[in-house]
Design a protein around this ligand. Structure first.
Ligand code: SF4
Ligand code: FES
Length: 358
């Protein structure tokens, strides 16, 4: 990215009923920042949440000319009437981009919500995570699609991207789904970075039966290396939040929810020492929980990286045992989708179009 300075025309708009003259050619989100509205990556920390910042999660929506629109990717235009009032926004059904792919991890169907607040260099679902293309769905629309085939499977896996980013949408979807289908198990795969106690409670009472929090690191330095979150304060916030979420799940939901904690591993991105510390920290919470060591393979921006030597992966598993954990599993490469070249994938997405989307 290169920063340039240039003269811009201005346009007249209104925000929450007040008239403003603002630069043209920038996003509505940037306009709101310039006007002094609080835009925050700390979930719930501002008037507008900037979570994925890529047009995928619909978390930054405001009402623009009577429609709910993503402020991060909507360019400001002359005469726009923008409303940021929460009550007004909540009069509209929440929206979310969702993609569906046949299951490879779940005994049922896996669905993937677009958008993530992290930018992991090896993101295996990068083509969904960072895509803002397609028509978003309301919770009801998506629940209806899932319910149509739900007689054929017993479990729905919700992954991403980060499925918890758009809370109003996710809770709405779970409620819609569990009203119509009490027998369907629902697993949420999450980086746990915005999960609060009340959010976890709400997920549980809305029908979530399984959760797989993905703990990326012990130290903030390793966390930043793994996730690509460059703002240290934000990285520390997400790291703390994810550990607090895991602690709460273990303390409050053992026996109520099925859960397994995932730890990603590749020597280029985190060290064996880091893995051991994570193991110790988890064992101090409950040594009998299920822990999956997830072997990362080359993908996305890290597609040039070589595979971790088998000996190191085995060593990481042994270290988790040594740290005191009794139930450690290796989610190895044979469990993961084949690494595809991103350029090939982009080509196939463009060519196949809607085949890749619900
Ligand atoms: S947290 Fe998961 S979905 Fe998000 S960027 Fe990282 S690997 Fe991709
Ligand atoms: S922050 Fe704008 S769509 Fe996710």
């Amino acid at each position: 990215m290169e920063e340039v300075e240039e003269e811009r025309d201005t346009v007249n708009i209104s925000v929450d009923g007040s008239a403003h003259e603002v630069p043209s050619g920038i996003s509505v989100l940037r306009v709101l920042e310039i006007l002094g509205y609080k835009v925050s990556q700390f979930y719930g920390g501002g008037v507008v949440n900037r979570m994925c910042n890529s047009g995928a999660c619909y978390n930054c929506c405001v009402v623009i000319d009577g429609q709910l629109k993503r402020s991060c990717v909507t360019p400001v235009e002359k005469g726009m009437e923008i409303i940021t009032d929460k009550d007004m926004i909540e009069r509209y059904e929440p929206l979310q981009l969702v993609s569906q792919i046949s299951a490879y991890l779940h005994p049922g169907v896996s669905c993937f919500t677009n958008g993530c607040n992290f930018a992991c260099s090896w993101c295996h679902n990068w083509n969904i995570t960072f895509s803002s293309v397609g028509d978003p769905l309301t919770p009801k629309q998506f629940a209806e699609i899932i319910s149509r085939g739900s007689g054929n499977y017993s479990m729905l896996g919700l992954s991403g991207g980060e499925p918890t980013l758009n809370r109003r949408w996710l809770i709405g979807f779970l409620k819609e789904l569990s009203h119509g289908n009490k027998k369907l198990s629902i697993q949420v795969d999450t980086n746990a970075s915005i999960l609060t106690k009340d959010y976890i409670d709400e997920l549980y009472y809305s029908g979530m039966t399984h959760i797989s929090p993905d703990i990326k690191a012990d130290s903030v330095e390793a966390f930043m290396s793994v996730t690509g979150v460059e703002d240290r304060e934000l990285a520390q916030f997400y790291l703390n939040r994810s550990w607090e979420a895991v602690k709460y799940i273990i303390n409050e939901y053992t026996g109520k929810l099925f859960y397994a904690v995932a730890i990603p591993y590749h020597p280029r991105l985190n060290s064996l020492e880091e893995v051991y510390k994570m193991g110790q920290r988890l064992a101090s919470l409950n040594k009998d929980i299920d822990v999956n060591l997830v072997e990362y393979h080359p993908a996305f921006r890290a597609r040039e990286m070589t595979l971790a030597p088998k000996g190191m992966v085995q060593k990481a598993v042994e270290l988790l045992h040594d740290a005191g954990l009794n139930n450690v599993w290796l989610q190895g490469l044979e469990d993961a989708p084949s690494p595809l070249d991103p350029e090939e994938l982009v080509g196939s997405l463009i060519l196949k179009g809607d085949q890749n989307r619900i």
